[in-house]
Design a protein around this ligand. Structure first.
Ligand code: PLP
Length: 485
C-alpha cells in the first residue's frame, strides 16, 4: 500500500459519526454538564448546582413503588413472577405483548378523560418518544424534506427528527404578544417561506401540552391546525407526551378528540399521527416506552417494521401491562399526580412572583416558562447567554435559556420543578430571590440635588453569596443553608 497524502485519505467514519447533528454542543446540554460536575445535595454538597433543566416527573414515585410491592407477580424476577420468566424472556414479536398494547390504548384513553378511545392495533412501540419521532419522520419524509415546528420547541427535536433522517425543521414563529399561541398567519408565513426557498414541507409537528411553555392548545387552535394541514396536504404529528401532566385550567384536548368529534371540519385521517410516551405522564423515562399512534394504515405497518430497531423489552411490557390494567391504581395515580404537580406549580410560581418574576400562565407540563426579560442588559440573545451563565455559575441553578428552544425573543427561560423534592425547591427559590436582589437597582427619585444626579443604590457590587449568607438577608434562612455553615 502506497503512502497517501491527507487529501487522499479515505474517511474512516460516516458523515453522521463525524458531524455534530446530535446537537450536544448547545447550552441546553451544557447546563447538564455543569450540574454533572457539581450536583447539589442537601447535606453532601449544599452549594452544588440544582438541576432544573430536566423535565422529569418524580412527584409520584412513591405510588408506583407501593404498587410494585403489592403486585410482586408483575415482576418476573420475583418468587411470585418467576414462572413467567421463560415465556416473557423468549417473546420477540414486534407487535408487542397483546396485553401491553391493550393496556396502553386504554391508558391513552384515560389520560384524555375517556372522551376518545384508541385502537390497540394501531399502537406501535418505540424507544421512547425520541425513537417514535424518528420512526415517524422516516415514514413521512425523505432527506431534504421539512417539517414545520412552532417555536419555542423542545431542543431534542433537532436531534430526534433531523440527525439520522436528513429531514429539516423549519420554525413557525410564535411570540409573547399573544402568549406564544399558534396562529394561522404564522403557519402560512412559515409555509410560504419554505416554498420560496424551494423546500418541500411534509408536515407540521406540534407539542400539546407544550414543552417548554406548559400551555395547552385550545380547541379553536387545534381546529385551525387541522384545517391548515388538510388544505395543504401535509401531515400533522402531535406530540402529546405531557397529556396527563395537566393540573389546571384550561384542560387538555387531544387531537384525537377533534378528529373524532368535530365532524364539521374536513379531515383526512391518513395525515394524522400521535407520538406518545410514558416518560412524563408516568415518570418512566428509563423504561423507554414510546408510542406511535397513526390513523394511517401504511404508516402503522411501516413503523411497526422499523420498531425492530427500538423495541420495548418484554419484561417492561409485562410489568406495565399489569400496572396500567389496574384501573383503580391508574385512577388514583393520575388524580394524585395532577394534584401534586399543581401544588408544586403554585409554590414555585408564587415564590417567584414575590420577587417580581413572572411566568407564562400555564396549566400543565413539568416546568414554567420564566420571564427574565427585565434582567437582560440588552434585548439580545448575547445578553440572554450572559444572564444564563450567571444563573448557572453564581446562582448555581441549571435552567435552560429560551434560545435553546428556538424562542424568537430573548429573556425567557424554562425551569423544571418536578424532578426534585420540596426542600430543593425552597433552596432554589431562595437562591433566585437572592440573585434578583443582587441585581436590583434602587433608583433615586427625580427631584434631587445635582451632585446626586448619578446616584443609584445598586446591589450589583455585592456578591450573591453575601446576600445569601448575610444575617440581614431578607431570605428566610433555610435549615439547609444553615447546615452548610
Ligand atoms: C416534547 C417532548 N417530546 C419527546 C421527548 C422525549 O421523550 P422520551 O424520553 O420518551 O424519549 C421529550 C423529553 O423531554 C419531550 O419533552
Amino acid at each position: 500500500m502506497g503512502l497517501m497524502n491527507k487529501q487522499q485519505k479515505p474517511q474512516l467514519l460516516s458523515k453522521i459519526a463525524t458531524g455534530n447533528g446530535h446537537g450536544e454542543d448547545s447550552p441546553y446540554f451544557d447546563g447538564w454538564k455543569a450540574y454533572d460536575e457539581n450536583p447539589f445535595h442537601p447535606t453532601n454538597n449544599p452549594n452544588g448546582v440544582i438541576q432544573m433543566g430536566l423535565a422529569e416527573n418524580q412527584l409520584t414515585s412513591d405510588l408506583v413503588e407501593d404498587w410494585v410491592m403489592s403486585n410482586p407477580e408483575a415482576s418476573i424476577c420475583t418468587p411470585e413472577g418467576v414462572y413467567d420468566f421463560k415465556a416473557i424472556s423468549n417473546f420477540q414479536d414486534y407487535h408487542g405483548l397483546p396485553e401491553f398494547r391493550n393496556a396502553v390504548a386504554k391508558f391513552m384513553g384515560k389520560t384524555r378523560g375517556n372522551r376518545v378511545t384508541f385502537d390497540p392495533d394501531r399502537i406501535v412501540m418505540s424507544g421512547g418518544a425520541t425513537g417514535a419521532h424518528e420512526v415517524t419522520a422516516f415514514c413521512l419524509a425523505d432527506p431534504g424534506d421539512a417539517f414545520l415546528v412552532p417555536t419555542p420547541y423542545y431542543p431534542g427535536f433537532d436531534r430526534d427528527l433531523r440527525w439520522r433522517t436528513g429531514v429539516q425543521l423549519l420554525p413557525v414563529i410564535c411570540e409573547s404578544s399573544n402568549n406564544f399561541k399558534l396562529t394561522k398567519q404564522a403557519l402560512e408565513t412559515a409555509l410560504n417561506k419554505a416554498k420560496q426557498d424551494n423546500i418541500r414541507v411534509k408536515g407540521l409537528l406540534i407539542t400539546n401540552p407544550s414543552n417548554p411553555l406548559g400551555t395547552v392548545m385550545d380547541r379553536t387552535t387545534l381546529r385551525t391546525t387541522l384545517t391548515f394541514i388538510n388544505e395543504n396536504r401535509i401531515h400533522l404529528i402531535c406530540d402529546e407526551i405531557y397529556a396527563a401532566t395537566v393540573f389546571g385550567h384550561p384542560p387538555f384536548t387531544s387531537i384525537a378528540e377533534i378528529i373524532e368529534q368535530d365532524t364539521d371540519i374536513e379531515c383526512d385521517r391518513d395525515l394524522v399521527h400521535i407520538v406518545y410516551s410514558l416518560s412524563k405522564d408516568m415518570g418512566f423515562p428509563g423504561f423507554r416506552v414510546g408510542i406511535i399512534y397513526s390513523y394511517n394504515d401504511a404508516v402503522v405497518n411501516c413503523a411497526r417494521k422499523m420498531s425492530s430497531f427500538g423495541l420495548v423489552s418484554t419484561q417492561t411490557q409485562y410489568l406495565l401491562a399489569a400496572m396500567l390494567a389496574d384501573e383503580a391504581f391508574v385512577e388514583r395515580f393520575l388524580g394524585e399526580s395532577a394534584k401534586r404537580l399543581g401544588q408544586r406549580y403554585r409554590v414555585f410560581t408564587g415564590g417567584l412572583s414575590k420577587v417580581g418574576i413572572k411566568c407564562l400562565q400555564s396549566s400543565g407540563g413539568l416546568f414554567v416558562w420564566m420571564d427574565l426579560r427585565h434582567l437582560l442588559k440588552e434585548k439580545t440573545f448575547d445578553s440572554e447567554m450572559e444572564l444564563w451563565r450567571m444563573i448557572i455559575h453564581e446562582v448555581k441553578i441549571n435552567v435552560s435559556p429560551g434560545s435553546s428552544f428556538h424562542c424568537s425573543e430573548p429573556g425567557w427561560f424554562r425551569v423544571c420543578y418536578a424532578n426534585m423534592d420540596d426542600r430543593a425547591v425552597q433552596v432554589s427559590l431562595q437562591r433566585i430571590r437572592a440573585f434578583v436582589l443582587q441585581n436590583v437597582e434602587v433608583k433615586v427619585p427625580e427631584k434631587r440635588p445635582c451632585w446626586q444626579s448619578n446616584l443609584r443604590l445598586s446591589f450589583k457590587t455585592r456578591r450573591f453569596d453575601d446576600i445569601m449568607m448575610s444575617p440581614h438577608s431578607p431570605m428566610p434562612q433555610s435549615p439547609l443553608v444553615k447546615a452548610t455553615t
